[in-house]
Ligand binder design. Structure first.
Ligand code: PLP
Length: 463
């Protein structure tokens, strides 16, 4: 009765992002009621392995009492304070210092927001502020990549390379440009090696910068490994070659570690896994293990020096959010970082991630599977109608969504993104849970295949 009424009231009152709203009125929500480690339970008591850590974020699972205690302690001491105009709090200072210590490349200072979108939005503004400080205000175009995801604010949706985030929203804004997605399986030419593909993409980037005029291009944004684009690990030498181009044309590099930060790639940072030298880094999600909303923007010395100069000249650094550096969120983040370290969770993620990756690779022979790709604890399985030609299923077949739904019915949360189904479980997932997730996923693939064939669907299963 209660849960029924929840479903009815959800449809009546609650708008769901990234959802077909008309379809939602028919199917309603699954209401999640409680969590326990890597498991989540719906309000009918059904258990699911949370194979996506929510939205790639609940790194410590869904019942970490140390985080609850850290929050409670801060709630009882100072539940809120702001950080505008020379005010600060202990947790904000401690967390800023800790992040500078942990930073994968030398960084100078930290600016806090509440979401990944806000962190990237701020990074865009700082790229503009930086070039104003240098007396080059015309250097303001921002380059992202197709299939990249950087958020849904007006500027970060513009930067994002997914058409459904632009369509009918009057986006992207002018001055936001996109280059190719570094997905070798889909974008490489026949016979093109990873290195040759990387060279071609770096040349494409340089050609765009030259065509636009290097004096008009401010920054390039990249996730070390694309998440929402379907888990895309760039080809060997990609970042080395891209960075050469950026340096040549004095274009800033902003690395979006909103998903990859704090263990997701099997290292503390994706920047380390992919050997990148960013000018700014954004992070969020696992920063608090998602128990509180918090994001951070780490800036290098030269960015900070420009901000300092501009704010002194103008009289104020005219930017900030009411909830930036929220003391409860900062206290939770500090505790999450302690847990990652004390429990050796970064190494654990690398180890169980390798187990998950190996298990998924064993499914490469499955008739539906075209490619298995990933790093650490983020993996994508590309579904194809033809292994030989790599042809995806027609969009109206909704094959990835079908596999996602069957996995869900089997007690596993995974996510259909583009032509892939992706995994990003909590870092605390254990071997037995990984194996169970693999079994449930395999059964989902088999179920989708059987239903497809039974419905008269055809497959070209030749390798
Ligand atoms: N950047 C990346 C790489 C993301 O995956 C996301 C969200 O999934 C964001 C930015 C936006 O973060 P938020 O949803 O907290 O605004």
């Amino acid at each position: 009765m209660t849960s029924n009424s929840l479903r009815v009231r959800d449809v009546a009152y609650h708008i769901h992002p990234q959802t077909n709203l008309a379809l939602h009125e028919q199917v309603g929500p699954t209401v999640m009621a409680r969590g326990e480690g890597a498991y989540v339970y719906d309000d009918d008591g059904r258990q699911y392995i949370e194979g996506m850590a929510g939205l790639w974020c609940a790194a410590l699972g869904l019942s970490e009492t140390r985080l609850a205690r850290a929050a409670q302690k801060q709630f009882e001491t100072l539940p809120y304070y702001q950080n505008f105009a020379h005010r600060s709090t202990g947790p904000a200072v401690d967390l800023a210092e800790r992040l500078i210590q942990l930073a994968p490349v030398p960084m100078s200072k930290v600016l806090f927001q509440s979401s990944g979108s806000e962190a990237n939005d701020t990074a865009i503004k700082l790229a503009w502020y930086y070039f104003h400080a240098l007396g080059r205000p015309e250097k303001r175009k921002i380059i992202g990549r197709r299939r990249a995801y950087h958020g849904t604010s007006i500027a970060t949706a513009s930067l994002t390379g997914l058409p459904h985030l632009h369509r009918d929203f009057n986006l992207p804004l002018d001055g936001f440009l996109h280059v190719s997605c570094p997905h070798h399986y889909r974008e490489a030419r026949p016979g093109e090696t990873e290195e040759a593909f990387a060279t071609r993409l770096a040349e494409e980037l340089e050609a765009l910068i030259l065509a636009e005029g290097p004096e008009t291009v401010a920054a390039f944004f990249a996730e070390p490994v694309m998440g929402t684009g379907g888990v895309v690990v760039p080809p060997a030498t990609y970042f080395a070659k891209v960075q050469e181009v950026l340096r040549r044309h004095d274009v800033l590099l902003v690395v979006d570690e909103v998903i990859t930060g704090f263990g997701r790639t099997g290292a503390w940072w994706g920047t380390q896994s992919l050997d990148i030298q960013p000018d700014m880094i954004t992070c969020a999600k696992a920063l608090t293990a998602a128990y509180m909303p918090l994001s951070a923007l780490l800036v290098s010395d030269r960015i900070y020096a420009a901000m300092r100069e501009q704010s002194a000249k103008i009289g104020v650094f005219g930017h900030g959010y009411t909830y930036g550096a929220h003391p409860v969120a900062c206290a939770v983040a500090l505790e999450a970082l302690r847990i990652y370290e004390e429990d050796g969770l970064i190494d654990h993620a690398a180890r169980v991630g390798a187990r998950l990756g190996a298990g998924l690779r064993r499914l490469s022979d499955h008739p539906l599977v075209g490619e298995v790709r990933g790093i650490g604890l983020m993996w994508g399985v590309e579904l194809v109608r033809s292994k030989r030609s790599r042809q995806p299923f027609p969009a109206n077949r909704k094959m990835p969504a079908d596999v996602q739904q069957r996995a869900f019915e089997n007690g596993l949360v995974v996510r259909a993104l583009g032509d892939a189904v992706v995994f990003a479980p909590p870092l605390i997932i254990d071997d037995a849970q990984v194996d169970a997730a693999l079994d449930r996923f395999h059964a989902a693939l088999d179920g989708s295949l059987a239903a497809y064939l039974a419905g008269g669907g055809e497959l070209d299963a030749a390798a």
